[in-house]
Design a protein. Sequence first.
Length: 165
Amino acid sequence: MIIEILVAGSTIKRRKKYWCGFTVVQRYGGYLASMVLVKYPELCEGGFCISGTYVLFPEFASSFLINSGCIWMDLTDHELLKSRSPACSIENLKNPVLIIHGLLDKYTPLSGLQYMHERAREAGKDKLMHVFLYDDEGHGISKEEHKEETYGKIVSFLDSILGTS
């Protein structure tokens, strides 16, 4: 799986700590960042996710994801889907994460984020999740004013955690 390759690469470079934020590409970036944060929490001081996929169970996936083959796993294998869903390992979250999501996202529906946030609340980890929602954005951030605001939020978030401001 690609997450093991990324983690192995970071281990080889012997980085002590780094920030996890694979958001530039906007294809599985939020998913990868959130997976690293819950599967390998010792590697990151925190992270940020934009429009991530947090649950792979079919009831939380968009019909586009299912029908396009983007979810290439056996959708009847509950244990596999659970093991590869960041929301199902949220109890391992150790460091803060900034999550930005559009309410109109039809690619990665809000229901997955809601499920993860509820599980985080149940595990006492919700205080580590800083969620910001745009009511007029879909998948990713497309409006120029929102891009500027989003990047400002990311910088402020990182500054507040790293103490660089």
